[in-house]
Design a protein around this ligand. Sequence first.
Ligand code: AMP
Length: 404
Amino acid sequence: MNTTPSNILVINCGSSSIKFAVINPASEQALITGIAERLGEAGAQLVWRGSQQKNTTALETADHDLAMQAILTLLAEQQLADTLIAIGHRVVHGGEAFTHSTLINKAVKQAIADCQSLAPLHNPANLLGITITEKYFSQLPQVAVFDTAFHQTMPAKAYLYAIPYRFYKEKSVRRYGFHGTSYRYVAETACQQLGIDYQHSQLLCAHLGNGCSAVAVSNGQAVDTTMGLTPLEGLVMGTRSGNLDPNLFSFLADEYGYSLEDTSRILNKESGLLGLSELSNDMRTLEEAANQGNQQAQLAISVFCYQLAKTLGGLATALPRLDGLVFTGGIGENSSFVRQQVIKQLAILGFTLDEQANQQHGNKQGVITQPGSTCALVVKTDEELMIARDTASLVNQAPATPNH
Ligand code: AMP
């Protein structure tokens, strides 16, 4: 096992889980990956994989603090604890304060706390992860990598809502965009694969997982995106509705007596593929059902694909030309059917699918369109690696002194 201090611990702390990975930034290899999950519940457990098979350790009813202790013990057992040079944290919302990843200090933690009203489910958990790792790895510098930062280059005409301007001035109500870390990774990787210069590229990227969004990237900078103030806006997702008429709130209140919380829950947790199919939020399950003739599943998939294609067509207007459309995320990387439907619907943008390449690129990477077509390709995302890269680059630039 490598004992030279050179590795990055990547932490993605959620409300009931801590995902972690130790990545060597030179080789870009993950030496261990894992998740402490169901934290605070009876079945809390630590699941991890090193170079060998998957391992599971029961954590009883561990909370985040106990789970972090268990991760620290595991890293020590695996002779990785002493190899760390820094910790990189995924932070969902950086508001307008953060345009890039940053070394964490008191002011940064306060700014993350100040964004809590914009991401009440995520930012408190992200901050908790930072506080706990500071406690157990007090000698290591820590870096925050924001989902929103990449989108901060969007112009006002793309990020403003057409509502009274005072809501933006007083409460920062605007479109922020998410999945930014994934987009930076796949956009750069796509350019490497296509042999084009990232700083002079014009791309559309669609991150299609349980959450789905798309972005237009011009000369390496985000110029428009689909997710908004929160990750509810934009595309149809697993359980989220995406775009709809905001008057639905008053309509459902009048017709069903639903409160704001009721409708918000329905739109976030009971809509999207799940709501339409009345079966599942999981695209793989829906494709299987659709293939067996389930009409609700077919309907849900067709709405998903049509709305996605329509949105990508709209985003293309933000670009002077189109060098490539990148599919990523669990659905984008694996569903040849979704990619096929979207590419066919986008014929107006000059796409012609290579059916065979599209089938073959299951979960691999590569171009899925024919020669002479506008290019579409699959890129497997790696947000952890992007966090490790940013963290390594920031700690190499700055003296490695933690500043809590
Ligand atoms: P993610 O959130 O990126 O892990 O993506 C999860 C989504 O990817 C779920 O809807 C899965 O059903 C979908 N997915 C994963 N593998 C496949 C597959 N082979 N075919 C279709 N959808 C898939």
